[in-house]
Design a protein around this ligand. Structure first.
Ligand SMILES: *Cc1c(COP(=O)(O)O)cnc(C)c1O
Length: 514
């Protein structure tokens, strides 16, 4: 067995996992880390001889630089091979619920790469970056128009960062009112970032139960509301893919005790162009530009999480503020004048400029009517999945749903197949799995969000595979499921060990396998 195949079998569960003699799987090639390919002195470029040592003096490097010696083909192949082990929305259907994995139009990419946007520096004089400031202002205009809110903080770098920004604005507003409210109410089905944000801001988090319709239990909410509640954090549509249809009553009850209404707007893809959160009584909401307004995400890429604010919170928005001055656009960078109550900075500079360009390109190329159509198509696609899968999987709540559909694992009862097994089998069929085991309010959750990007033909292929897998599970093919995935570069990982004791070095993995 070669060193590479030994390393591979170290990850695998059974002998059938054994790869080819050379360690590869078909044309998916294995590759050691760049540092493990190091050959001291090897280089991809021919540099001229350095000047004589005596002329370099103190500038001369004393020891090795610590970078691997590699040829250009080695580097190119390494990154190409790594990219082929990756799955992304550009490869196929990516039904990961709560993530809005939609197509990223190439027009956005082209515009984001224009030198006037890509090559400017945040410390350039304002007079030389008027176009960039105008772009931020134009995007802010659209976000305010689409949400019906009077202000927006552009700088937060992701959804969770936007939540932090919003909750810090709420904490500052309460402090300005001279109040010390300690409790934040969060529904059971909330994204984990919601309670984490509230706790980070020093609030005590309390769960609000859901009713049998998968929505907030209004009676239970009212029972918890009191003058020491700072805010409620609610997602609409919620993470079960359902519209919180009592939202007006929720807003009224929350405001009646003087608390703020934070909405997690990560699911805005279901509403954009149809409902303005400002009209629902929401005081503060982050938008995931990298979900609703395309722009690539996942794999640790940059996000962008602007926060729209009601008038009561607008004054606390973080710096810098882009404002219209007599000679063009201007930045307010200090907490003074109109920004005297600003909470400070969330980020070094103005925000994720490249994401702003992509989001504005997306919005302007679709137009207001296109925004409305995309939410309609996203909801239609999710309901198509519900309609075509509802008889073989078990839908957690009766439809219609919004932009995502929630199933639970009752359809797998007594089959010996778990939600995880089912997802691994889907991978073998060429589909990225749906979100699993989230939200926590149903058992063995399977949350599917097709987005508006998918055609009926691609949804039909997915539906056919899911239906066939469900039939196989019910027919008692559990062992088959337990062996999946078979065709991926890695078989099933020991996920606990992979998280707790990651083996990141190729040679170590090979040794471990011996
Ligand atoms: C994605 C998401 C978040 C967090 O957004 P990030 O950009 O990943 O930080 C928060 N809430 C919900 C409901 C989400 O889907």
């Amino acid at each position: 067995m070669s060193q590479w195949s030994q390393a591979l079998s170290g990850f695998a569960r059974d002998a059938a996992a054994e790869p080819a003699i050379g360690g590869n799987r078909g044309l998916q090639l294995e590759d050691p880390l760049l540092f493990e390919q190091d050959a001291p002195g090897r280089t991809g470029v021919d540099l001229p001889e350095p000047p004589a040592a005596d002329r370099l003096g103190a500038l001369r490097r004393q020891g090795p630089i610590g970078l691997p010696g590699l040829s250009e083909p080695q580097v190119v192949r390494h990154f190409m091979r790594a990219s082929q082990k990756n799955y992304g929305i550009d490869m196929g259907l990516y039904p990961l619920g709560s993530c809005t994995m939609k197509h990223n139009p190439r027009l956005n990419e082209k515009l984001a790469r224009l030198p006037g946007f890509a090559d400017i520096h945040p410390l350039q004089p304002e007079s030389t970056v008027q176009g960039a400031l105008e772009l931020i202002d134009a995007l802010a205009f659209w976000l305010k128009a689409l949400t019906g809110m009077p202000a927006v903080a552009m700088s937060p770098a992701a959804g969770a960062h936007g939540e932090l920004c919003g909750m810090m604005c709420i904490a500052a507003a309460l402090a300005a009112r001279g109040e010390r409210r300690q409790r934040v109410l969060v529904p059971e089905s909330a994204h984990g970032t919601n309670p984490a944000t509230a706790a980070t801001c020093g609030f005590a988090v309390e769960a609000i139960p859901a009713n049998e319709r998968g929505r907030i239990d209004l009676v239970a909410l009212k029972a918890k509301l009191a003058p020491d509640v700072a805010a409620i954090m609610l997602t609409n549509p919620n993470t079960c893919g359902l519209f919180e249809d009592e939202i007006l009553a929720i807003a009224e009850a929350v405001h009646a005790v003087g608390a703020y209404f934070y909405c997690d707007g990560a699911n805005f893809n279901a509403l954009v162009g149809r409902v303005r959160p400002g009209d629902l009584g929401i005081d503060c909401m982050h938008l995931n530009l990298h979900k609703t307004f395309s722009t690539p995400h996942g794999g640790g890429g940059p996000g962008s999480g602007p926060v729209v604010l009601a008038a009561s919170l607008a004054g606390f928005a973080p710096l810098p503020w882009v404002v219209h001055g007599p000679a063009g656009f201007r930045l307010i960078e200090q907490a003074e004048g109109p920004a005297a109550q600003a909470i400070g900075r969330m980020k070094g500079f103005h925000g994720q400029m490249g994401m702003f360009v992509r989001a504005l390109a997306y919005i302007m190329s679709h137009g207001a009517d296109g925004m409305r159509q995309l939410s309609g198509d996203a909801v239609l696609n999710a309901n198509y999945l519900l309609a075509r899968l509802g008889d073989v999987l078990t839908a957690s709540y009766p439809g219609p749903c919004m932009h995502e559909v929630l199933f639970d694992d009752r359809f797998l009862r007594d089959s010996g197949v778990t939600t995880l097994d089912f997802a691994k089998a889907l991978t073998d069929e060429g589909f990225h799995p749906m979100t699993m085991y989230f939200p926590l309010v149903v058992h063995g959750a399977l949350l599917m969000e097709p987005t508006e990007s998918e055609s009926k033909a691609s949804l039909d292929r997915f539906i056919a595979v899911v239906r066939a897998l469900a039939a196989r599970a019910k027919a008692g093919d559990a062992a088959d499921f337990h062996a999946a995935p078979r065709f991926t570069p890695r078989r099933r990982l020991d996920e606990t060990a992979a998280a707790r004791k990651p083996v990141l070095r190729w040679r170590k993995a090979a040794e471990a396998a011996e």
